[in-house]
Design a protein around this ligand. Structure first.
Ligand code: NA7
Length: 550
């Protein structure tokens, strides 16, 4: 009788309501969000949820599925290092992981630590407002959910807001257009198509050679010529796997101690320490080895323009040697900024692709794109380029874009967009005054994109976790940085950038220069990951200097 009654009651019961109040809400299920969830839920035993717009884990890698999408960090360093077992059990297949393999890895991490049960997929955050009286963040989602939490932690990545340039006529285009950072999961078939690719950053340099393999014709529209060094991607050999097994602790130590978080050291020698003949041999060897190590051949490549010129000239000469058509080679080698002052791409057969009959380079610095037409694209000189598909490899509203898209409001309704009207201002890239208990993983002002990302992410997540653990131990409810601390940090970010050649690339996304109207502020911290790690540790050890805890 009792059972029947319960069954009848159960039949009438409304569907179980989802939990809406948490200790912490984390936005994003990429590297940062997954690890932050694991730390808060499984180490600190807090109630935590991840809200993720995509239908799976991966973050940036969930959306960047364009042809040739591959990580520029070597696979054995593009992973978590916090768990020795995880580190040793996962086997990468290639020197640089392709997008699908990175997603498989993150899926494995999510399953291994049973994270998916705390992630709400297909859930886009539309607003986050700090309720001062309750000391809680109120978060709204596109689906109409309202959640609250004491801590709000953004794990939205630095390169996740696609930048589609406002070229007149795009709506009139009768063909198909796609942005590389919002690539359709079902793929795009280029077979027999006339494809136009706009953009020659790291993405365009990866995608062009792969698109060219199937397209009828590929026209690459280049506004700024770019350096690139061969990646020399290849399957990992049994010998290399053996080397990894023997040397992982040392490699991890190097990753945590070097300025850019990669598993190789930057040479201490200066360009002037060697003869021109020795220098040429060093560059040749680095070119053959391939990858971002090229940048590590000399200590002063990013510090001294004369030193940088030698690397720049070496790469330009390589371009001239590889590309057979002289006029095309000159356009590709006509590079206006120091080597690596913009994010330095690495490639697989990028320059070689211009030797194909079905690939053409168009210099849109000389003859800018004027309009997209129903049938293709027109440049200022009136030249028409008939196209079936346009690929926008035009980058991202980097670093601040994904944060501002969350529509965050702090004390007294202050919008983050207003607080950052003149550019991002924060402390350590982690906190903004007026936004208590909000942490921004790899926010502007932190090393982030100037570092191998998982290394930067692990440091941020662990610092935030330790901070929250300490607050709990001391029964503190609120942490908030101050204006004075932010002023000091902005100065340090500028000092660090100005000590390098990085600001000399006037059009880089590091400066926000790629998005019309965006304030020009050098965003990532260029002082090096190792120095930054020590700074953050010292600040915590001194009782969270620059933060007010209450
Ligand atoms: P990037 O590096 O910002 O490159 C975007 C490219 O698109 C770059 O060549 C731009 O030229 C070009 N672009 C942007 N807008 C236009 C217009 N309107 N007309 C012509 N060309 C244009 O983005 P990526 O996706 O390649 O790389 C981003 C990061 O992802 C990368 O650094 C890695 O960290 C991973 P410009 O140089 O502005 O003249």
């Amino acid at each position: 009788m009792a059972t029947a009654k319960a069954a009848k009651k159960g039949a009438r019961r409304a569907p179980a309501r989802k939990q809406q109040a948490f200790d912490a809400i984390i936005v994003g299920a990429g590297f940062s969000g997954l690890y932050q969830l694991h730390c808060l839920r499984d180490r600190l035993d807090l109630s935590a949820v991840v809200l993720e717009a995509g239908d799976g884990v991966g973050g940036t890698w969930y959306w960047n599925l364009y042809p040739g999408a591959r990580c520029d960090s070597e696979s054995h360093s593009y992973c978590f290092t916090f768990d020795d077992k995880l580190l040793s059990e996962w086997q990468w297949s290639e020197r640089y992981p392709g997008h699908a393999e990175v997603r498989r890895y993150l899926d494995h991490v999510a399953d291994r630590f049973d994270l998916k049960r705390s992630i709400r997929f297909g859930t886009r955050v539309t607003g986050a407002t700090y309720d001062e009286a309750a000391n809680r963040w109120q978060v709204t989602t596109e689906g109409g959910d309202k959640l609250t939490a004491k801590f709000l932690i953004t794990a939205v990545g630095c390169l996740s807001t696609a930048n589609v340039p406002a070229i007149p006529g795009l709506h009139s285009f009768k063909g198909r257009w796609v942005h590389t950072g919002q690539w359709p999961h079902e793929g795009v078939d280029f077979t027999g198509k006339r494809v136009g690719q706009i953009g020659t950053g790291s993405t365009g340099i990866q995608s062009a050679p792969v698109i060219a393999e199937t397209a009828k014709h590929l026209t690459v529209f280049q506004r700024t010529a770019n350096y690139s060094v061969p990646a020399r991607n290849a399957p990992l050999t049994p010998e290399f796997r053996h080397y990894l097994r023997e040397n992982y602790p040392e490699l991890v130590r190097i990753m945590r101690k070097t300025p850019n978080g990669h598993p190789f050291v930057i040479e201490r020698r200066l360009v002037a320490d060697v003869t021109p003949v020795e220098r040429q041999a060093i560059y040749e060897a680095a070119w053959e080895k391939g990858g971002l190590q090229f940048r590590a051949t000399f200590h002063d490549l990013l510090l001294d323009k004369a030193a940088n010129d030698t690397a720049a000239e070496f790469i330009k000469n390589k371009i001239r040697t590889i590309v057979k058509d002289k006029a095309t080679a000159e356009k590709l080698a006509d590079i206006d900024h120091p080597y690596a002052a913009k994010r330095p791409p690495i490639d697989t057969d990028y320059f070689e692709a211009f030797n194909r009959d079905n690939v053409t380079l168009v210099d849109v610095r000389a003859d800018p794109i004027e309009a997209i037409t129903p049938g293709g694209l027109r440049t200022r000189s009136g030249k028409e380029y008939p196209l079936d598909i346009i690929v926008f490899a035009t980058g991202f509203d980097a670093m601040t874009g994904p944060l501002l898209a969350l529509n965050i409001r702090g004390r007294e309704g202050l919008a983050l967009a207003d607080a950052w009207k003149a550019g991002p201002r924060n402390y350590l890239g982690l906190q903004v005054a007026g936004f208590p208990n909000l942490f921004t993983i790899t926010g502007p002002g932190s090393p982030s994109v100037l570092c191998n990302m998982p290394v930067a992410i692990e440091q941020h997540v662990e610092w935030i976790t330790d901070c929250i653990a300490e607050m709990r131990a001391k029964r503190l409810q609120r942490i908030e940085t101050t204006d004075a601390a932010m002023d000091g940090w902005v100065q340090e970010v500028n000092r660090a950038a100005n000590a390098t050649l990085l600001p000399q690339a006037h059009h880089s996304w590091y400066l926000g220069a790629n998005v019309p109207g965006k304030p020009r502020v050098f965003m990532p911290y260029a002082g090096g990951m190792a120095r930054y790690r020590d700074l953050c540790a010292g600040i915590a050890a001194r009782g969270y200097e620059g933060f007010v805890l209450s």
